[in-house]
Write a protein that binds this ligand. Structure first.
Ligand code: S3P
Length: 440
């Protein structure tokens, strides 16, 4: 295991950064390309630990693709043009719940048999949230006590799935996407309602591909068959990952004199809760919208060191719009004067780690006053913290958040299991290093 040591910054951070493509868009673009007919070309594709299992799965399902530099080309043959394996392949999803949940929906739609498995960490993530509604649509899928491995049996092409009207118990774009994929093979409409605004990339991409989707009410999406004969291939450049941007925003906020510009970052409003949160804390952050690609807004972000940040309370729909950013947010909260409280965020206990426990225990190890709540946490910030060695508990976002905390600590912070960062942001350490002006 490789460690990453981040010494306190003694001079400002400075730089202009182009981030790898957004993780959620990379997963969707690669997989959805496989159900279109023709050649999709996806530039600025995120080549990382979380997307490799998906690419390998496509290969195992005989869906041809090439990755040349950061351009992924996928040769789609439509949902019904996929070869049927004689024996069900085992598709290893690594640590990636997105890969597993989206593949389950894809295989359900294609009627293909497979076993979906993953790392010990992924086997602990909840899967009944997809298997139960998929079964209600007629998908022959079984989980293992609510978890992976998942087993899908073949479904004859002549037997369509049933449309579903379903209220998701938790806002989850992965569940919504798995069900919308399955709905492609249903003989009636599927209507999904969520308790909050989960990311809507699937809706935007499906619409661009020609899938008949509507949004009849807030947090509700409906897919109404029939589909057009061919879905249109995808040709676009992915905006930079706003979830990766969050760590660099924190870095600039913490280090005196810093100024960072992040170019072409995804600005989908279901993903910008973290920007709203740091802005509410007083951050000097400028957002410059530049346009839309496939319905996805993107733009530049400029962030400057901000003394005098203050604590805030975050809850409700706001949590859903920044669900992956709480590790990064917790470091800003530790620097901000006064109390920061996060509520309505019990879902954080089901991410790559129990992020409520992971955040609080590591902040405490650095000497920050932090307390876990059943559905969130409370942080009393504004005092400098100490350095030390921390493990990330197999969670890439915990690793990056606490690596960045090292910039503002009294002594270096070492992340002992930093390899995990390559799951979502393989160039993180190099990008951070390139922004430093105090190190060769
Ligand atoms: C994702 C949805 C979110 C998020 C994950 C990516 C997606 O998970 O945490 O990193 O791409 O759909 P949930 O659907 O479980 O909320």
């Amino acid at each position: 295991m490789t460690a990453l040591t981040v010494p306190p910054a003694t001079t400002p951070l400075d730089g202009e950064i182009h981030l790898p493509g957004d993780k959620s868009l990379s997963h969707r673009a690669a997989l959805f390309a496989a159900i279109t007919t023709g050649e999709s070309r996806i530039a600025n594709f995120l080549d990382a630990g979380v997307t490799r299992p998906l690419l390998r799965a496509l290969q195992n399902l005989s869906i041809p693709w090439e990755l040349t530099g950061d351009v992924l080309t996928v040769h789609g043959r439509g949902l019904t043009g996929l070869p049927r394996p004689v024996t069900p392949p085992t598709l290893h999803c690594g640590h990636s719940a997105t890969t597993m949940r989206l593949l389950a929906g894809f295989l359900a739609a294609a009627g293909l048999p497979a076993v979906l498995d993953g790392s010990p960490g992924l086997r602990r993530r909840p899967m009944r949230r997809i298997t139960a509604p998929l079964q209600a649509m007629g998908v022959p899928i079984e989980d293992t006590d609510g978890h992976a491995p998942l087993r899908l049996a073949a479904r004859p092409a002549a037997r369509p799935l049933r449309g579903l009207t379903y209220r998701l118990p938790v806002a989850s774009a992965q569940v919504k996407t798995a069900l919308l994929l399955a709905a492609l093979a249903a003989d009636g409409p599927t209507t999904l309602t969520e308790p909050g605004p989960s990311r809507d990339h699937t809706e935007r991409l499906f619409t661009a591909m020609g899938v008949p989707l509507s949004r009849p009410a807030p947090h509700t999406v409906r897919l109404t068959p029939p589909l057009p004969e061919r879905l249109l291939p995808l040709r676009f450049t992915l905006p930079g990952d706003i979830s990766s941007a969050a760590f660099l925003i924190v870095a600039a906020l913490l280090v005196p004199g810093s100024r960072l510009t992040l170019r072409n970052v995804l600005l989908n409003p279901t993903r910008t809760g973290f920007l709203d949160a740091v802005a509410a804390m007083g951050a000097r952050l400028t957002v410059t919208p530049l346009g839309k690609t496939y319905g996805e807004p993107f733009g530049d972000l400029t962030v400057e060191h901000t003394p005098g940040l203050h604590g805030i309370t975050v809850g409700g729909d706001w949590v859903v719009r920044m669900v992956d950013e709480f590790p990064a947010f917790a470091i800003v909260a530790a620097a901000a004067q006064g109390e920061t409280v996060v509520r309505d965020a019990a879902e954080l206990r089901h991410k790559e780690s129990d992020r409520i426990a992971a955040i609080v225990s590591r902040l405490q190890a650095l000497g920050v006053a932090a307390e876990a709540l059943p559905d969130g946490f409370r942080i009393r910030g504004g005092r400098r913290w100490r350095g030390g060695a921390l493990d990330a508990g197999g969670d890439h976002r915990i690793a990056m958040a606490f690596a960045v905390a090292g910039l503002a600590a009294e002594s270096p912070v070492t992340i002992t299991d930093a390899d995990i960062i390559a799951q979502s942001f393989p160039s993180f350490a190099a990008v951070l290093q390139a922004c430093r002006t105090d190190q060769p």
